[in-house]
Design a protein around this ligand. Sequence first.
Ligand code: CA
Ligand code: CA
Length: 323
Amino acid sequence: MAIPALKVLVVLSLVSVLVLGMGSACTGRDTGLQREVLASSAETSVMSQSASQDPRPNLWVDPSGFYVLRDDQNVSSGMFGMDFHIHVTVRNLGESSALNFSVFVGARNVNGESNFTIFDNTYNILNTTNDTVHVDVDWRLLTTVEGTCEIWACADLANNLDESNETDNFVTIQFDILRLETDVVVTTGPSAFKGGDTIYITALVTYAGTLEGVEGAQISFFLTDSNAAVVSYTETTIVTTDPSGHVVHIIMIPTWIDTGVYYIGARVFDEGKVGLASVNIAKASSEPLQEPVNIPTLVIVAIVAPAAVILLVYWFRLSKRLR
Ligand SMILES: [Ca+2]
Ligand SMILES: [Ca+2]
């Protein structure tokens, strides 16, 4: 039995030598790389300790989660009357809950001349790690002033929440407001009229080159002659298109107008469009062909007529005394 015991002892000794040898070989490869890894680990540990020591929340507006959609497509431009959807993603990267914080969305032009709020609301993020609030905003562009602007989003705008990082709460997207280009189709039912008649107009305003109606467009109508000159006293009041881009209105045809072919023009905001629909206007049947009395004529009549009456009375009294 002594011999097998000796064999086992020898084998164990050899294994021990091999293991120790390998261990010393690993130790022998403790190169600069290993020291760098260890140092890096130590730094990471210090950083994580430092971060973990800051108990404050930290709101972060994720730039990749901030975008403007139209019909579910990402867009960076638009025109008056178009509807957009703005999406904002806010995360709390901090170590405690972010309570009762605001999210504002706005637009400003790049010159800083105008800046307005599109949306604001208050949110809570109760969990402490990477929890997220998704803010969805419907926005209709209601300016015709073209130019480059920025859509912006800001978490905790008034800085009511003490955060471990206050510099990552604001993001912007460039957004170009394009000139409103429209097509206008005017229909009148009958196309033959006479002086003194009323023309009933139906008009459809669409984005140029499309069938999409423009809602909220301000439009007025007028008559032009064949030289595209606006006929006096025919411009209508301004009316606003409905959600489908339609509008109905009337034009009063002056009784004094010459017979002939005329055209109905329209003015969409400040842009005039002429020759949209032709109308044939005949002589007024019962009204005399005369220009309307204008204001200077009325003023002269108002001054001269009383003076004439006073003079007449004075002359009458004077003639009575002379008798
Ligand atoms: Ca922050
Ligand atoms: Ca803050």
